[in-house]
Design a protein around this ligand. Structure first.
Ligand code: GLU
Length: 470
């Protein structure tokens, strides 16, 4: 028998910008498809017309492409199952509503929001799971006709078989068991005629041939309903896996408060796509390989068994770490573009390549590179307080000797240091720190020998002279 190829999907609702949480969902689905040589599909779940906007759709397409998560089926690609925007698939959903009604598996519900809310509160207060009591399930044909004639607009509810038991093997969380009592008859079409999110979501997964759904655990309670719906319509049921949430340092769901930003904000701040996907792939998925990997490398070792059940904690330090790794693995052209003209304008053209190589280990974001460009080549070097302290402690004799050594030997670092050692008797920190402070205004940074050659003899002399004059 031929094995069905794996087909995963990302199904965002375009009611906001993509953030780390939903991008991680997209990434896991894309990695699973890539590892199995399957397909990764993109579907836009824009049935909520009030909250969905074209701008958000455009932004999410851009974010996915920027991260390298191209879809093989979806918007912009003529696919077998198009359209891939739910707002254009209404006729399909209506057809399935009719099928359920015809089978007696759905009924109109006229209960008002207030009434439902009142019952819900009572149930919660009594320690019962909130579920629909079935008021409208018992309406006679005439009662329904009368209500409709009176102009009432009903929602459509799915009738759960009273003996229903839904069991499924969650790809992440293992065996799951739900009974009809846990679920209760649920709304599949709202009174304003729009389909409930999980209805169109399940129908589309089935029609589009999705085999594996990886999504946030907040959707776990939707799954038994979706399975019941698909089974009653004779549609195929995908395998579901519910991924543990991302939380902040205090254990609550990740938000702005924890320093989380949207993908577009991270891009604008200068994070590289490979930093983001190396970090996200390891947030809730265990990789034995701790080295920097490209998407193929991450996909090759992606394994559903390695998805954690416990919430994954966001840590901005980890993101910095992967950003440094991404920079270490980037070629010159990528870095040149990443830094942009603001940095290039500060650095002499013939020194640019050398500059990038030297500061690379000392930067995380372009703003750090800009600071280094200003520190090494700017006209008005700003000294940090601790650097000024070191300079004054070294004293003018030290800088006079340093100037003399550079006068004799140029930027031949080794020889300059040997001479300076001899003339001042300074060694270790008291030899190197004042030089570093004089050259950069800082007490840490790239290797001094490299800075000497990068800055060149004229600039090194000017900076030493300035300290002598201080
Ligand atoms: N549109 C849903 C969301 O953005 C998709 C849920 C799912 O992946 O099934 O949350």
């Amino acid at each position: 028998m031929m094995k069905t190829a794996v087909k995963t999907r990302f199904a965002p609702s375009p009611s906001g910008l993509l953030h780390l949480g939903n991008m991680r969902t997209a990434l896991f689905n894309a990695l699973l498809a890539r590892r199995t040589q399957g397909l990764f599909l993109l579907r836009i779940e824009d049935t909520d017309q009030e909250r969905s906007t074209e701008d958000y759709i455009e932004a999410l397409l851009k974010d996915l492409c920027w991260l390298g998560l191209e879809w093989q089926e979806g918007p912009g690609i003529k696919g077998e199952f198009s359209p891939y925007r739910q707002s254009q698939r209404d006729a399909i959903y209506q057809d399935y509503f009719q099928q359920l009604e015809a089978k007696g598996l759905a009924y109109p519900c006229f209960c008002s929001q207030e009434e439902l809310e009142r019952i819900r509160k009572q149930q919660l207060a009594a320690g019962q799971p909130p579920r629909y009591l079935g008021t409208c399930a018992r309406l006679t044909f005439e009662e329904v006709e009368n209500k409709l004639a009176g102009g009432l607009k009903p929602a459509l509810r799915f009738r759960i078989p009273s003996i229903a038991v839904v069991e499924f093997e969650d790809l992440v969380r293992g065996s799951q068991h739900f009974t009809a009592r846990d679920i209760g008859d649920f709304i599949i079409r709202r009174a304003d005629e729009t389909p409930a999110f999980f209805f169109s979501n399940a129908i589309d997964d089935a029609l589009m041939g999705i085999t594996h759904v990886l999504r946030g655990e907040d959707h776990l309670t939707n799954t038994p309903r979706q399975i019941l719906l698909l089974q009653s319509l004779g549609l195929p049921v995908p395998c579901y896996g519910h991924i543990a949430m991302i939380v902040g340092s205090d254990g609550t769901p990740l938000s702005k408060r924890h320093g989380s930003r949207s993908i577009s904000e991270l891009r604008e701040a200068g994070y590289l796509p490979s930093a983001i996907y190396n970090y996200l792939a390891r947030l809730g998925h265990h990789y034995e390989n701790t080295s920097f990997l490209d998407l193929d490398g991450l996909a090759a070792q992606f394994n559903l068994d390695r998805l954690g059940k416990a919430p994954a904690r966001f840590d901005s330090q980890q993101l910095y770490y992967w950003q440094r790794e991404a920079l270490a693995h980037s070629d010159f052209e990528t870095l040149r573009q990443w830094l942009g003209s603001a940095v290039a304008d500060q650095v002499p053209t013939d020194k640019y390549l050398e500059f990038i190589e030297i500061i690379r280990p000392n930067v995380v974001l372009p703003e750090d590179a800009l600071r280094w460009a200003e520190a090494l080549f700017g006209e008005n070097l700003a000294f940090k307080d601790e650097a000024l302290g070191v300079i004054s402690q070294a004293g003018s004799d030290f800088f006079a000797a340093a100037l003399a050594a550079v006068g004799h030997h140029g930027v031949d670092f080794k020889v300059v240091i040997t001479q300076l050692k001899q003339t001042t008797n300074a060694k270790g920190k008291s030899l190197f720190l004042p030089l570093r402070a004089a050259l950069t205004g800082n007490l840490d940074g790239p290797e001094l020998a490299l800075l000497f050659s990068l800055m060149g003899v004229t600039r090194v002399r000017q900076r030493l002279q300035r300290c002598l004059d201080l």
